[in-house]
Ligand binder design. Sequence first.
Ligand code: ATP
Length: 692
Amino acid sequence: MSSGDEADLLNIDYSGAKRKFEPESPIESKRSCKDFDDTSTESLARTVARDVLRQRFGMEAFRLQQERAITRLLEGDSCVIIFPTGGGKSLCYQIPALCFKILDTKKGERQGPAEQGITLVVSPLIALMKDQVDALRRRGISAAVLDSTKSREEYLATVDSMRNGTLDILYCAPERLNNEGFVASMANVRGGVRLLAVDEAHCISEWGHSFRPDYLKIARFYREIHAERVVCLTATATPAVADDVRRAFDIPEAGLFRTSTYRSNLHLYAQSYMTKKESYPQLRAFLKAHPGSTIIYVTLQKQAEELADQLRSHKFKTRHFHAGLRPDEKTTCQEAFMASKDMVVVATIAFGMGIDKADIRNVIHYAAPSSLESYSQEIGRAGRDGKVSHCLLFLCADDLHLRESFARGDLPSKSSVARLLREVLSLKPSAPPENHIEANLYQQGREFDIKANALGNIYAQLELRFDLLRATTPKYTKYSYKQLKNTDWDKSPAATALRKITKKAISNHNVDMESAYPKTGMPRAELISKLNAWNDENFIQLTAGGVVNVFRVSQPSEWPPNTNASQEIIDALYKDMEMREVQELKRMDQVVRLISDKACFSRKLAEHFGDSLPGNAQECGHCTWCETHKAVEQFTPPGASWDGPAFLKVLEACPERDDPRYLARVAFGIGSPRVTMAKLSKSSVFGSVSGI
Ligand SMILES: Nc1ncnc2c1ncn2[C@@H]1O[C@H](COP(=O)(O)OP(=O)(O)OP(=O)(O)O)[C@@H](O)[C@H]1O
């Protein structure tokens, strides 16, 4: 669906007064946030919220700070909610979404058709959004997800329900905010966006552990669509990250709701080893001594498969899970785990988000987590039923090396960033009013040796910090399909045009959309729509590829920036990237120090999140430190001695000596797009100097 389509479909106002989307327009409030000003507002909101909790969700009472946060939102103010995993964050936007309509009716406001608006939820996980929508629908609540897998029919059904005022909650991924049509749609949606909910809100913080460039744009989106209020939700935020989130949306301190991260039923243990081989017998012994549903986290997909095999051979009921599995394999694994009381799942971090299982007895980190935030989130999945559960962290010298190589692999060399920027800033924009430049980020990543997230961040900074570009809807340039049933009967102009530009390969039909208009005179949107229609009716199996990112140049009269300005941008961007690497290494060090310092694990973890143990206690009484009062030893791999011949072989394998960081990556076994492209990651020189 093109942005134009989406905007047109949604941009309908029954009163006939069609609002025009003006991205540059100053911030204005679509409705007064303080919709109602009588003194009984708070109690009315509270009563309605309690009724909705009981009647629509079948729950007796609010937990923790749910009620205070929900009441604040219903009063028109924004919040940041930091509740631990499983703490009941979702209700904090689902209940208000249903209350708006009821409160409007009680107060005799917004009684026109479809005037009650929608709640929009931005969440990074498509699978999780789908689960939530299914669960809401089972409760008779009208909810939908807008994602790229939706057919035109499903999309239209969602649009219809929004127009009719029957949709309460709409979910979408942050990438969708790059779609100008979508932004325009939300700015004009009938009744307005009453509440914007931002799930996994810690991703907004540039200094947080899982910063996502697309999240940086949510605050701008919030202002542009004039949403009435925002709720940012996360399970893990240090005080600094919570401040970043509050600042991004201008939420005062009073809008912060944080509950204690400490869970007294979680017993935290740690052991350290030089090698995995040494630790494996301890893992087996632990599993034998602590039966019950267990998640074992490892770093790599291969490790998940191998360890699962190994445990199976020792008669543990084990499965593996990672992002590389097929969707049906993932579902089977998740369902088996949910139904079982003694299954062990060996997984990468891809497993666990959205797993709402009360009786997980053990969460084991067989490889060190990347940060205390990840650790806290992952162990938080254990013991949701409140019963004692065990969390065991294995610290192994090899893992630390792997973690460090991940952290260092993210920082490109400065010459790469400079070459990329010079290329981007020299692109000639298309004619006004578009002023578009196009970039294939995948190709740029390979050409300039910059990883996808770092590249995404560079573009986000060019957009938000330097105001040079604005991302618009990306386009697919290549489509290919497998013919499942004959489509010769279709004589429509779009079908005839498609036949002209389709090349048949052995099993696939390839369509080059770049040549579509010049060769056929048919707009690409119509051809894509025809392919989608065939796909929806199972005549073909369609895949789209060759994504090209499209950006609008913000100030064409000042484009391109002069040499000095460009250099300043390069310097500033690179300085930030270097700081990010330092932060990443610091996060790893914090994990090591949690268990190797002479202090209670639970207290240190709580302090990391600006919290303390109940009653300011110094010790929890049930972690490795409290039980032994001995610090866990930290093994470091023996230092490697200089190996001249190995280094010469690296030089031989890398004839282009234009980037010292690249040579170091190959020598020390740190992957990067260029290393992959040169097919060096499987060569004997890769990592040959690392001494491991
Ligand atoms: N007030 C309540 N009373 C009873 N059950 C509740 C209440 N609030 C939430 N729950 C239940 O607790 C479970 C966890 O809630 P939810 O999924 O909203 O947590 P979350 O904080 O979003 O977790 P995560 O961080 O994993 O996304 C769900 O089964 C939910 O129905």
